[in-house]
Design a protein around this ligand. Structure first.
Ligand code: ADP
Length: 746
């Protein structure tokens, strides 16, 4: 009974609705909670079938079979059914059906405990819906979410991060450590340190971007954003939640941009360039880098405004610089082409620095109005200094060029005169205006023009250096002048001719002297012919008739007369020898050089055989070392050798003559030595003996005319060589002469 009382008070006080039905499922009893839930009173419901409370009668039937079968009572498990209140509201009732038995154990009634769970179900489904929404939002944004318990380190991840990690969602083993393992090793310590910092200061936000490896082993950039989302009673952080996004595209672009900016900065630094920017809407002018440092005197950017810009300019450059900077500051032409300006800007130290600014309009608004310009600024002080030094140098060169007392002119590759010296103008009697721009050919005499036009100038322009080319120019007055001209060609790096510098020397006077000399030579030749024929003829007669007189009148003439006659014959013969030698000398001088390869060894052999009688008579020995073959006039060189070897035999001492012919090579010429052991020569006369008719001995001691060495000297000099003697009296002599290895014609 006590139990029944207890049950009764529980029945009426229970917050859950309790309804008692009989085996027919007719309502026997309802508690107040059920009355208030359903809106029916006990009186309304008593003896009514339970169907009245169901929203759908089919449910009543179904549940009746399943749950309220006294023969097979079901386990009292909660199930949800749609009920209807008196007012018609349908709600979800979570119901548990419990059979009630009598003393014999027979089921007599059923107890239905009903709880309105509509709200709970609604909440649950709303939660489920929002979960779906969140998941689809995350995956469509390429984002994922994470939430971790900071004490256990366990938690969950959702959205794309699951695919990234290759895990099924939800995964109970998901932990912060596991998440961290996908990060590149260099990012792991930073990631953990950030989380530790968050634990310590939960006001902070998590925002970290790391390189991470996907399950397919590709590397991506992940950005984690979040914050502490739960605290324990002591206020300690216990949960970290947030979102994670794949930001590879943005990050790669950002990093490329950073790299580009760094490269740009380095490039600017290396090129001593800085950059500038003008916001045309506000007129704000910003200069960065080294130029900023120089303008402001401190690190960081230099900021000024367009209205203050003129103050920054050197007064001398101001108007020009303002004009040139207009394309940077105003939308002049709708063009985005680059512009340039050079000016001096006031530096923080108070001085002026030369700068070159290049730039253009870099941004326009939707209407095409320029809103920003930007570009580079370069300190060009060094360059300016150099270029002004170069200008000075150029000016100096121009002054020297013009004032130099030489006939100079310069032509371009087209053969036109681009510069000319004052001396040239004076000498040629032209004004500068009449010369500059004219073809050089115009100033040549017609008889030189063709050669100049076809050979001299084309070769010069091609780059051939020319020395002493003879040409004939014509003055403004029409007077012709003979010149020799030399030319030097200046070429650029690619070998293209820039210009040719020509220097000419007026050799008209020399030419006249040469012509005169030629005339004299011709006269001399004539004289020589006269001498050989006309003079020799009477001499021969004197000599012949003297001999005849001597033979015929030998018996008649006294000794004095005979001696006089001998003198006469001797004098005539000497005279003849002198004339012969003189003729040889003059012929040697006037005959043109005939260059050919001359084998000296052969030539010496020929000479000695020609001198055989004298050599033999003197008991002389002529030796020769290895002698070269060289270019020269065979006749002249033969004459040189013959005269020198002949003298070596002639001017012998007591001892039998020992003669050595040798040669040695010195740079561009051969030196030939003829060494003897003869009487030697006093060094005081070493030069004199080479002059014509110069002798150191009287005729009675050594025969001769004194012309032999003069012929030697002349022949050597015509080959471009020289001759000398080294000797001491009584010690023999060495006569030496040089011959060029490559002979030139005179
Ligand atoms: P020449 O032999 O007809 O006198 P050269 O012109 O050949 O005329 O010589 C001039 C002078 O130089 C000679 O008179 C002689 O005194 C001197 N001389 C030339 N060759 C020798 C030599 N090998 N040794 C010594 N004296 C020499």
């Amino acid at each position: 009974m006590n139990l029944e009382n207890n049950f009764r008070s529980l029945f009426s006080a229970s917050p859950d609705s309790i309804i008692v039905v009989d085996l027919e499922r007719r309502i026997v009893q309802v508690n107040p909670a059920a009355e208030s839930l359903f809106g029916w009173s006990l009186g309304d419901l008593q003896d009514k079938r339970g169907q009245i409370l169901y929203a759908d009668p089919r449910d009543f039937e179904m549940q009746g079979k399943r749950r309220f079968n006294p023969d097979a009572p079901a386990q009292p498990e909660p199930y949800i059914v749609h009920y209807r209140t008196k007012g018609g509201r349908v709600f979800n009732g979570e119901t548990v059906g419990v059979p009630v038995t009598d003393d014999t154990g027979e089921v007599t009634h059923f107890l239905c405990i009903i709880r309105d769970v509509t709200q709970r179900l609604q909440m649950k489904s709303r939660l489920e819906a929002s979960e779906v929404q969140l998941r689809s939002a995350l995956s469509s944004a390429g984002e994922g979410a994470f939430s971790f318990d900071l004490r256990s380190g366990l938690g969950s991840v959702r959205g794309f991060i699951n695919e990234f990690l290759g895990i099924e969602a939800p995964d109970a083993t998901m932990s912060l450590t596991r998440l961290m393992e996908c990060l590149a090793p260099e990012y792991q310590p930073g990631f953990m340190a950030t989380i530790d910092a968050l634990k310590a200061d939960s006001d902070q936000d998590l925002d970290i971007t790391c390189r991470a490896q996907r399950v397919d082993e590709t590397w991506r950039w992940l950005q984690f954003r979040g914050r502490i989302s739960d605290f324990d009673r002591q206020g300690s952080a216990i949960r970290l939640s947030g979102v994670v996004a794949d930001v590879t595209e943005t990050e790669t672009t950002r990093r490329a941009l950073i790299d580009r900016e760094r490269e740009l900065k380095e490039a600017l630094k290396a090129s001593s360039m800085s950059n500038w920017r003008i916001d045309l809407a506000t007129g704000k002018v910003c200069v960065y880098g080294d130029a900023a440092r120089s303008l402001s005197g401190q690190d960081g950017e230099f900021v000024t405004s367009l209205s203050h810009w003129p103050d920054q300019l050197h007064p001398d450059d101001r108007s020009e610089a303002l004009r040139d900077s207009r394309p940077f500051t105003a939308d002049m032409s709708q063009s985005d082409a680059s512009h340039e300006l050079t000016c001096r800007l006031r530096s923080a130290s108070g001085g002026w620095t030369w700068y070159r600014l290049i730039g253009r309009i870099t941004e326009r608004d939707a209407q095409g109005q320029a809103i920003q310009s930007a570009g580079l600024i370069q300190d060009i002080s060094d360059w300016k200094q150099l270029s002004s030094a170069l200008d000075d140098e150029k000016r100096r060169f121009e002054i020297i060029y013009r004032a130099t007392p030489a006939m100079l002119y310069t032509i371009n590759p087209a053969g036109e005169i681009t510069e000319v010296s004052d001396f040239w103008l004076r000498h040629m009697e032209y004004d500068r205006e009449a010369v500059i721009g004219r073809p050089a050919i115009d100033f040549l005499c017609p008889d030189s023009r063709e050669r100049a036009e076809q050979l001299v100038f084309p070769r010069m322009i091609k780059g051939e250096t020319q020395i002493n080319t003879p040409l004939r120019y014509v003055r403004k007055t029409g007077e012709r002048i003979d010149v020799i001209q030399s030319a030097l060609t200046e070429q650029d790096e690619s070998g293209q001719t820039r210009q040719c510098f020509i220097v000419m020397t007026d050799v008209s006077a020399l030419r006249m002297a040469y012509d005169q000399l030629e005339r004299t030579n011709r006269e001399l030749d004539r004289f020589a012919t006269v001498a050989s024929h006309d003079l020799q003829e009477p001499l021969r007669k004197i000599s012949a008739f003297s001999s005849l007189v001597r033979r015929r009148y030998e018996d008649v003439l006294d000794p004095e007369g005979l001696r006089s006659l001998d003198f006469l014959v001797d004098a005539a013969q000497r005279m003849q020898k002198l004339i012969d030698d003189l003729l040889t000398y003059s012929r040697m001088a006037s005959q043109p050089l005939r260059l050919e390869e001359v084998d000296l060894d052969e030539l010496v052999k020929e000479c000695t055989s020609r001198l055989d009688a004298a050599i033999h008579e003197a008991g002389a020995r002529v030796r020769r070392s290895t002698l070269p073959a060289l270019q020269g006039d065979r006749v002249l060189i033969g004459q040189i050798l013959q005269n020198l070897i002949g003298n070596a035999v002639k001017y012998r001492s007591e001892a039998a003559p020992e003669i050595l012919v040798s040669a040695e090579r010195e740079d561009l010429h051969w030196v030939i030595h003829i060494q003897d052991n003869g009487i030697g020569i006093d060094p005081r006369f070493a030069e004199k003996i080479f002059a014509p008719f110069q002798r150191l001995h009287t005729r009675d001691v050594y025969q001769g005319t004194g012309i032999g060495l003069a012929i030697v000297q002349q022949a050597v000099e015509r080959h471009g060589g020289r001759v000398w003697v080294e000797s001491q009296p009584g010690e023999g002599s060495v006569f030496s002469f040089t011959l060029p290895t490559a002979a030139r014609s005179d």
